[in-house]
Design a protein around this ligand. Structure first.
Ligand SMILES: Nc1ccn([C@@H]2O[C@H](COP(=O)(O)OP(=O)(O)OP(=O)(O)O)[C@@H](O)[C@H]2O)c(=O)n1
Ligand SMILES: C[C@](O)(CO)[C@H](O)COP(=O)(O)O
Length: 377
């Protein structure tokens, strides 16, 4: 049984508005589509992801923060986009989960329930029972009441055995708002599993704030600080935040002495409550002699990820008279961004002198401080 998740992200989000389509807008530091995909990427019973994009988005970096997936162009309707996704699943796929990129709060539990129901049904989808009274209305007045017994609000992911769903899509030309509609038209049985009130679809402008509120309820936010100092010695350059800066002296240390990167790394370990660089990479160990400090930073970011956190933002301050940091700030942000897999606009690198006071003022060395925020959605 091999399951592929198809994430449909080819809509334009006209009802939601905004400068970019809703699925690429930010929700707590990540795009809505990336959040919608992550639970599938992390799920042990999902082998592969297919991301269906609008043709205009293919050559952009809008989807830069999405988990690894096969990427395919979608169509003018949701149904056409689903069919493009179905055509792109790996040959080994026997089951598919089709999910809206506009539903960023889907949980592993909902995915579990859909997959379990597929053991005994051709299709399965989450839904929540309607609890409000339903009216018919016209011209601003109530014209009737619709019995709500047996009515559900449909959600995604909607799961199916691949072959019957493919046949159902090929057989049906009418557009349908979801895959359950297509499957039902072809006579497939579709189980209803418990959805979740939090598994909302971003549809209108107010849904962004609603999703942020729902996400914030369970979000674990951690802050960490880091501080490091390295002394000057002979040499002709210093490494600072991953950038080689020409200078009349070099920083001394067991590794490459990148004092900025060390402070950022320690801030991540600090936020996790998991020690510091010296504990993970002891200076007594000869293998770290002269090491490129990005090894340390990559380790800290990986450790955060392994514990379910992602880095939300970084603020690093370098304290020195010279070299002047301003001309290198952009390159430093870009270097940290590449190592951490974080957008450069979530990274700050700034500098200050200590007004000629103390060891940094006497140009005996450079100090660095960093603050990092980690978020577990
Ligand atoms: N041609 C389309 C239309 C929709 N979708 C996707 O289907 C999901 C649900 O659709 P909807 O909420 O209607 O999204 P939009 O079509 O983008 O919204 P709107 O109708 O407001 O433009 C979204 O993840 C959307 O990106 C798609 O992949 N291809
Ligand atoms: C598939 C769906 O999310 C189920 O609720 C929904 O039908 C798709 O969105 P649309 O607004 O109906 O296009």
């Amino acid at each position: 049984m091999t399951t592929t998740a198809i994430i449909v992200a080819a809509g334009r989000g006209t009802r939601a508005g905004g400068d970019i389509p809703k699925q690429w807008q930010d929700l707590g530091g990540r795009s809505i589509a990336a959040l919608a995909m992550q639970p599938f990427a992390d799920h042990p019973r999902v082998a592969h992801l297919v991301l269906v994009l609008h043709p205009d988005d293919l050559a952009t970096d809008l989807w830069r923060d999405t988990p690894t997936a096969s990427v395919v162009a979608g169509g003018a309707t949701r149904k056409a986009s689903v069919m493009a996704g179905l055509a792109a699943v790996p040959d080994t796929t026997t089951r598919v989960l089709i999910h809206d990129a506009a539903r960023p709060l889907v949980s592993a539990q909902i995915i579990d329930r859909v997959l379990t129901a597929l053991d005994s049904h051709q299709g399965a989808a989450p839904a929540v029972a309607v609890t409000d009274t339903l009216w018919h209305g016209a011209d601003g007045v109530v014209t009737g009441v619709q019995p709500r017994d047996g009515l559900y609000r449909a959600q995604t992911p909607q799961g199916f055995h691949l072959a019957p769903l493919l046949a159902a899509h090929l057989a049906q030309e009418d557009d349908a708002t979801d895959d359950v509609g297509v499957a039902r038209a072809a006579g497939l049985d579709v189980a209803i599993v418990a959805g979740d009130e939090t598994n909302i679809k971003i549809t209108t402008p107010g849904d962004f704030a609603r999703a942020a509120r729902l996400m914030g309820q369970d979000m674990d936010i951690r802050c960490g600080n880091g501080y490091d100092v390295h002394r000057f010695g002979p040499g002709d350059h210093v490494w600072l935040c991953g950038v080689k800066v020409p200078h009349g002296r070099s920083l001394q240390g067991h590794s490459d002495a990148d004092v900025g990167m060390h402070a950022v790394t320690d801030a991540i370990y600090g936020a996790l409550g998991m020690g510091d660089i010296g504990q993970h990479f002891p200076p007594s160990d000869p293998q770290w002699k002269g090491a490129d400090s990005q090894i340390f930073l990559r380790h800290a970011v990986g450790l955060a990820r392994d514990h379910g956190y992602r880095v939300s933002n970084v603020d690093c301050t370098l304290v020195c008279e010279y070299p002047k940091i301003g001309p290198h700030q952009g390159a430093m942000k870009a270097a940290l961004a590449a190592i951490m897999g974080l957008a450069a606009d979530r990274i700050s690198v700034k500098a200050t002198t200590s007004e000629r006071l103390g060891f940094t003022g006497r140009e005996e060395g450079i100090a660095s401080l960093a603050t990092v925020t980690l978020v577990k959605p």
